[in-house]
Design a binder for this molecule. Structure first.
Ligand code: 3HC
Length: 689
């Protein structure tokens, strides 16, 4: 096996190269190889300076996350980092790609840093429920100051080089050959000892109180419920009192505490669950993937327009198609206004806005899209409308063009039945607003060819979406599970809970928003129409009764100023006791007893509803893994990432416990939808989950 770390001597420079694909993670072997190489170079008379560089697409992207579940093995990363910092010969990190976590810590410990233009550097550990555990919290503030270090570590956002004034992180940014530039840089550097003094003393900072206050209000507040950002803050502040060595010792203690926490286990699980969802089981195929450059979107409503925004932002040429100029004008105005607002907020530059708009071609002519590689239909949610569009597309676009529907509920098998190229029909279910939401459900029909699925997965990566492959069923995976969640929220309204209590219980659990506030925001009428079109779902008169009553009294949510809540002109929620009376009357007529529930009972019931539906979906083979279900909930429905997702949460509760609770709820409510698949625990065990 080739060595993961190799050394070459050139012009009195020891060039240490790490080659551990795909991301040069700091596995035990890499740490050992690096430490040996650094120690050897100290003793080698022919070495005047040292370069650490990496093969492949990136510099070290962090510690090896897979190792965190196992007992740590020597050499430990902090020892390697200290060996670098204490080196008597200057060490230069030659950076490219993503310099993250432990990789960033190694770079910070080096005496100098040379980076290729476009390199991303940062400490994203809090995203894994950790703090930087090998000097990051102590070295970074010594370089960029306490306030900037807090911002970088707590936000977990990397910096793209060059980026003034953050160039303070590196000594040179180059756009030519990295090794060549670093060797040239090495010729002119000072001895390491000059810099060593500066690194080891505590940081002097005058206004710590103001910095801490700002961090709590603007950075920690954005990471509600997470423990690691607070721990990271406390570790960074140590740099003002302790020497580097002492600070690193304390930092390590906090790191280990975080590493052993339930939140970190869930967040690390979430990281790998998303990777697994991106690599679903797809049957072998010999066809090459369809390369997608020109995309047409049918329908310039809010959904079509926001899909267009997502695609033009990813550099794709997009044709936005409408049946008349007026609709088209409305859609393009939506896009243009949204981009202007992004410019105002400083998210993109005016030039970027112009570049994005130049990639958009609005048209009312189907013939303009004859050579499209992909068409995404985002028209009105009606089977007959969609069938008509697909039949027309089949006659218009080239035979190898992929036809996708953005339907949220409709049967794509039926939509595909009207075209000749059934194997090139797929669902691309974007979530609203599509230019912001990360999730993309890719829906495989019974006809879809494997290479079309693989092409769609690659397309998702290209447009920076988190893909999840699902099969056809009512609502696919996410919305079908969400319907169970909404069903129980509605049942609890009948049983005497208020919208505020239900929403509070769920936000306390960690959901980004409560289900009734979400329903008011998205429009209560949408689900209402879908239920009316699918009466086969259930004949139970209690099913979504409160939501139905809202729609039937013209309370559609925010857009009508009233739904489960009232809204003022700034769309602020106002409690409305009138709805409680409506629900009480409905409950009395159905002989439903009203009672009080604790917030915890509410959240448990809603989450169990999701879990039960998730297992049923797995059993039906609509999705191939529990990890994909969790990925959907983390990226499309605001499930708290630090709880891993509903399936991971259930696993932590214990599947036998889940089964018992479901049976108890069945007894309590006498609703058959609570009946769990009877062998839920052994099924999940067989699934290896
Ligand atoms: N450890 C182990 N495996 C890793 C890894 C890591 N740090 N980072 C990525 N991988 C694996 C992925 O699981 C994936 O494996 P697979 O092919 O078997 O599914 C493979 O590398 C490629 O990853 P991506 O598909 O994500 O590749 P991208 O090019 O899209 O992204 C990346 C690359 C930006 C580096 C992204 O993988 C990433 O963000 N990785 C995590 C970085 C991170 O969090 N680093 C900090 C780790 S904690 C730490 O360092 C603690 C220290 O302070 C002590």
């Amino acid at each position: 096996m080739p060595s993961l770390v190799s050394v070459a001597l050139q012009q009195q420079v020891a060039i240490i190269t790490v080659n551990n694909p795909p991301v040069n993670a700091l596995s035990t072997e890499v740490r050992a190889g690096l430490l040996n190489a650094i120690n050897d170079a100290q003793l080698n008379q022919q070495v005047a300076s040292i370069i650490i560089i990496c093969e492949g697409r990136t510099f070290i992207a962090g510690a090896d996350i897979k190792e965190f579940g196992h007992p740590p093995k020597a050499p430990h990363l902090p020892d390697l980092v200290l060996a670098i910092a204490y080196s008597v010969k200057p060490i230069i990190a030659a950076l490219h790609g993503t310099v993250l976590g432990g990789g960033c810590e190694i770079a910070l410990a080096c005496h100098y840093r040379v980076a290729l233009e476009g390199t991303k550097i940062g400490l994203p550990e809090v995203n894994l429920g950790l703090i930087p555990g090998a000097g990051g919290t102590q070295l970074l503030p010594r370089l960029v100051g306490v306030a900037k270090a807090i911002e970088m570590i707590v936000s977990a956002k990397p910096i793209i080089l060059p980026s003034t004034p953050d160039n303070i992180l590196v000594h040179e940014v180059t756009d030519i050959d990295l090794l060549h530039s670093t060797l040239k840089f090495a010729k002119n550097i000072k001895p390491a000892a000059v810099l060593v003094k500066r690194i080891f003393t505590p940081v002097l900072e005058d206004d710590l109180t103001a910095i801490e206050e700002y961090a709590h209000q603007h950075l920690i507040a954005k990471r509600k419920g997470e423990i690691a950002p607070l721990k990271a803050l406390s570790a960074i502040l140590l740099c003002t009192q302790l020497s580097l060595d002492e600070g690193m010792r304390k930092e390590r203690e906090i790191f280990i505490e975080c590493r052993n926490s339930a939140q970190s286990a869930a967040l690390r699980y979430a990281f790998f669950a998303e990777k697994k969802a991106e690599k679903p089981m797809i049957k072998n195929h010999s066809e090459s993937l369809k390369s997608i450059n020109k995309v047409a979107i049918i329908g310039a409503g809010t959904m079509g327009a926001s899909i267009a925004m997502c695609l033009i932002a990813s550099g794709l040429n997009v044709y936005l198609v409408e049946i008349n100029a007026e609709n088209l004008e409305r859609g393009t105005a939506y896009i243009s206004n949204a981009l202007s607002s992004s410019v105002k907020k400083g998210r993109i530059s005016e030039q970027e806005k112009t570049a994005q708009l130049s990639r958009l071609t609005p048209t009312t002519e189907f013939n303009d899209i004859a050579d499209a590689d992909l068409v995404v239909e985002a028209a009105f949610e009606s089977m007959s409308v969609k069938k008509e569009i697909f039949a027309k597309l089949d006659r218009t676009v080239t035979v190898d063009c992929i036809l996708a529907s953005n339907t949220s509920y409709l049967d794509i098998n039926e939509i595909a039945s009207v075209v000749n190229r059934k194997d090139r029909v797929i669902g691309l279910h974007f979530f609203s607003p599509a230019h912001i939401m990360k999730l993309l459900e890719i829906v495989e029909t019974k006809y879809t060819a494997p290479y079309v699925i693989a092409s769609a997965m690659a397309f998702a990566k290209k447009i920076n979406k988190q893909a999840a492959l699902v099969g056809v069923c009512y609502g696919f995976v996410g919305n079908r599970m969400y319907a169970s969640y909404g069903r129980e929220a509605n049942m609890l309204l009948l049983e005497g809970c208020s919208p505020e209590q239900i929403d509070r219980a769920m936000t306390t659990f960690g959901m980004a928003m409560g289900p009734l506030a979400v329903n008011d925001m998205s429009g209560i009428d949408i689900g209402y129409k879908a239920r009316k079109e699918n009466p086969q779902l259930t004949t139970d008169p209690t099913y979504f009764l409160p939501a139905n009553l809202m729609v039937e009294s013209d309370r559609l949510g925010q857009k009508t100023g009233a739904g489960f809540y009232l809204y003022d002109d700034k769309k602020r929620r106002i409690t409305d006791d009138h709805v409680l009376k409506i629900f009480k009357t409905a409950a009395q007529s159905l002989k439903i007893k009203q009672r009080t529930y604790t917030d915890q009972q509410i959240s448990e019931r809603l989450i169990l509803a999701i879990i039960n539906e998730g297992v049923t979906i797995l059993l039906e083979g609509i999705v191939d893994s529990a990890e994909t279900i969790d990925t959907i909930w983390l990226n499309g429905y605001g499930f708290p990432r630090y709880k891993g997702g509903p399936m991971f949460y259930a696993k932590k509760l214990g599947w036998d416990q889940v089964r018992e609770r479901l049976i108890a709820l069945h007894k309590e409510t006498e609703k058959d939808w609570w009946l769990p698949p009877y062998y839920i625990d052994s099924f999940m065990e067989r699934k290896g989950f």
